[in-house]
Write a new protein. Structure first.
Length: 210
């Protein structure tokens, strides 16, 4: 991983390129992120930088977190995430990382938490087909159907796709393009959709495929 930043999903809109084509984009408030902690091979066995994003009131911070931020000499932050950056030698505690680390045309991966949908049926959760709604099928058109064989194996196999909890899980969308960067307002417009609701926390990082 070369570059990474924490951001907040603002919402979707559209922009136009030089030829007048419409580009659907998701706007992310990316940074500014401050380096709260730098991990080293000598102390921790690996190199990484802990970034903080989003100011928070002092009454929202517990005592251990307060000591962590005060030791670094930075303001209290709501979100902390750790990244293994390539140029760790030039990274120091207190450095600020802004949206301008990315440029228009960069390929990025976006990590977020998908919208929680609660308990969902097999049709919504796994795209099952409905049963017939006539000829005696009865009021079970949206049920999952058969769960397996009868007396052998006399059980339902593990991993069977059934109704259950849907959403609210870590999702990564790969190889998205940066459509526009507004460094002055810390905004990045990413072509396409990214996971999570509005105001959800996301991570933008260099694409592993590009």
């Amino acid at each position: 991983m070369q570059k990474a930043i924490i951001g907040k999903k603002i919402g979707m809109t559209q922009i136009f390129d030089e030829k007048g084509n419409v580009i659907p984009v998701t706007v992310v408030e990316a940074g500014p992120c401050v380096v709260v902690l730098k991990k080293t091979v000598e102390n921790d066995g690996y190199e990484a930088a802990q970034l903080g994003f989003g100011d928070v009131k002092v009454q929202r911070v517990n005592k251990p977190q307060k000591g962590h931020f005060e030791k670094a000499g930075v303001a209290y932050k709501k979100t902390l995430k750790e990244f293994k950056l390539d140029d760790m030698a030039s990274v120091n505690v207190g450095d600020v990382i802004k949206a301008d680390i990315f440029a228009t045309g960069d390929k990025v991966d976006v990590v977020g938490t998908s919208k929680g949908k609660g308990t969902a049926g097999a049709i919504k959760r796994w795209n099952f087909s409905r049963l017939k709604e006539s000829h005696g099928t009865g009021p079970v058109a949206r049920h999952a159907g058969s769960l397996g064989a009868c007396s052998d194996p006399s059980r339902v196999y593990k991993g069977k796709k059934l109704a259950g909890h849907l959403g609210c899980e870590r999702v990564t969308i790969q190889n998205l393009a940066v459509a526009k960067v507004d460094a002055e307002n810390n905004l990045i417009a990413i072509k396409g959709a990214i996971p999570g609701p509005k105001n959800g926390i996301v991570v933008i990082r260099d694409s592993v495929k590009a």
